[in-house]
Design a protein. Structure first.
Length: 118
């Protein structure tokens, strides 16, 4: 059987996210995030970006949010506002970037969340 190379520009994945409320209770949810699948040349260019390039890795890899996101008052946010609100929360951006790194590049066996060596 021959391998067929498929060039995909974006892929949507359900990212598990954890937030905490004012009482310290954990709130878990899944958010469908659309990721950009970057080619090797794009990664190399990112590594050689000028010093004044202020983009976050989040800005480079996240293409959009595929789910409905609501604010604290329960109002539905537009796609752009949802992306901006998530980008402003460093806890959420860190979780999303970490998920992307594990999804796109894998993790060493001892570092994988399901590893018995942890």
């Amino acid at each position: 059987m021959a391998f067929t190379l498929k060039k995909t520009n974006t892929v949507t994945r359900a990212v598990p996210l954890v937030q905490f409320d004012e009482q310290g209770r954990e709130i878990s949810a899944r958010l469908n995030v659309r990721f950009k699948m970057m080619q090797r040349a794009e990664w190399d260019a990112l590594g050689n970006a000028p010093e004044d390039d202020e983009r976050l890795l989040f800005d480079v890899i996240v293409d959009g949010i595929a789910d409905t996101v609501k604010d604290e008052a329960g109002n539905e946010l537009s796609a752009a506002d949802a992306l901006a609100a998530i980008r402003a929360d460093m806890n959420l951006t860190g979780q999303i970037v970490g998920f992307y790194n594990q999804f796109a590049f894998g993790a060493a066996a001892k570092n994988a969340p399901r590893s018995r060596a942890r």
